[in-house]
Design a protein around this ligand. Structure first.
Ligand SMILES: *Cc1c(COP(=O)(O)O)cnc(C)c1O
Length: 428
């Protein structure tokens, strides 16, 4: 047994499944997760002395890579001044102003500690504002682990989600889950139940079922349906924000939501979330309005400082660099696929990409993917020093620290792994 295996066994005596967030346990791919000791730039180093080119990047936040000097400096300086006050600081205003430069449609903002909190609070606000209960979400979209947004299973036109233990049917029955990109399904619900619909919440570019972009007109049509019905449109840009475009999906597609959820990148690798949007709606949040929402560590100065440094870096060329690297990698991987005669569906937007083990178009939560092939691919890539998300239904992230050496090495590993799968008959 290597060190990671010993550590994982030990962790299993302390934590359910040995982890503090489920996907880290490698359930979808089998085997043991490497225990990570440290990271630097594009790389992470495990307890056994292996190192990997990291395309997980803490599940998205580290768009500048690990330990970017400016972020480290800012966070250290903030700690030296006191790690938390539970009182207003200039740093919160500074980070909010930076975020609003990227996303000018945000008029008021509230910082929270996670994306889960952001989505949960945005929906509460939408329900209060509209005085309605019904929430429409989409299958395969993830909005954190709060009760009424966990609903995701089930297909067909509209599934009532009562399949999650611990979530009372009375809670789940206010959430309707529809297939992503299925405008007709949405229209149908709006036709019959428009007066009950508080909000439509979605990842405007989905990144939690692999990377799935919205179809042409999907977001625009949701905007129109919500406007007509008096429902709110919520973009959960916790992942897509600062990733698919510096201004998120709302900038990329030019569709303005009523509320936006943020997280991941805006904390520079520290725990942060935020929700914001139109002033008239956000003014309902306490203390300016009656919708209660609070957090002891919200707007934490260390996280704010790291976030400020990260966004400043993005502004001054960091984003461009990360997206150039992502484009370079896409080109190399597509060339590999061509050379190998494989027609796997490949998506990239900005600094996110995903290779689906299917030759079918992927426009919603796909059931067509060859998960056995993914599993084998994942482990080969790990063996060749490339750390990918351990599930077909996750997205890979590129950072401004992934230099051309990293990218070429990754592309070589990709070719080698796929060639091996082909030889073994796992792919054709
Ligand atoms: C990661 C994610 C969340 C949850 O954020 P946490 O910080 O993990 O609570 C919510 N929505 C989307 C789109 C995400 O990608």
């Amino acid at each position: 047994m290597n060190k990671s295996q010993v550590l994982f066994r030990e962790a299993q005596t302390y934590f359910p499944g040995g982890v503090n967030s489920p996907v880290r346990a490698y359930a979808a791919v089998g085997g043991f997760p490497p225990f990570i000791k440290r990271g630097r730039g594009s790389r992470i180093f495990d307890e056994d002395g292996n190192h990997y080119i990291d395309y997980v990047l803490s599940w998205g936040p580290l768009i500048l890579g690990h330990c970017h000097p400016a972020v480290v400096r800012a966070a250290k300086a903030a700690i030296d001044e006191g790690s938390s006050f539970g009182a207003p600081t200039r740093k919160e205003t500074h980070l909010a102003a930076l975020i609003m430069e990227f996303m000018p449609h945000l008029e008021l903002l509230r910082f929270v500690n996670s994306g889960t909190e952001a989505a949960m609070s945005a929906v509460r606000l939408a329900r209060a504002f509209t005085r309605r209960n019904l929430v429409i979400k989409f299958e395969g979209c993830y909005h954190g682990s709060c009760d009424f947004l966990l609903a995701s299973a089930g297909s067909g036109v509209a599934t009532l989600n009562i399949d999650k233990p611990g979530i009372p049917p009375e809670t789940a029955c206010h959430t309707l889950c529809l297939p992503y990109n299925d405008l007709e399904a949405v229209k149908n619900i709006f036709k019959h139940r428009w007066s009950e619909i508080a909000c439509v919440i979605l990842e405007p570019v989905a990144g939690n079922m692999g990377l799935v972009p919205p179809q042409l007109g999907f977001l625009e049509n949701l905007r129109t349906l919500c406007d007509r019905a008096g429902s709110l449109l919520i973009f959960d840009e916790v992942m897509s924000g600062f990733r698919v475009d510096p201004g998120g999906a709302q900038a990329l597609y030019g569709v303005v939501p009523d509320l936006t959820c943020l997280g991941k990148v805006i904390g520079g690798g520290f725990p942060v979330g935020a929700y914001g949007g139109k002033r008239a709606i956000m003014e309902m949040v306490a203390p300016s309005g009656p919708v209660y929402q609070a957090g002891t560590l919200s707007g934490n100065p260390v996280a704010m400082a790291a976030g400020i440094a990260a966004l400043q870096q993005l502004k001054s060329g960091g984003w461009r660099k990360a997206e150039d690297y992502a484009a370079h990698l896409e080109k190399a991987l597509r060339q590999n696929l061509k050379k190998l005669g494989l027609s796997l569906t490949f998506h990239r937007l900005g600094t996110m990409f995903c290779q689906f083990f299917t030759d079918k178009p992927v426009e919603d939560f796909s059931r067509a993917c060859n998960l056995e092939a993914f599993k084998a691919y994942f482990h080969l890539m790990l063996k060749y020093g490339v750390y990918l998300p351990p599930s077909q239904f996750e997205t890979c992230f590129v950072s401004s620290a992934h230099n051309s050496g990293d990218l070429n090495q990754s592309a070589k590993a990709h070719y080698r792994a796929l060639a091996e799968l082909k030889k073994k008959g796992l792919l054709s």
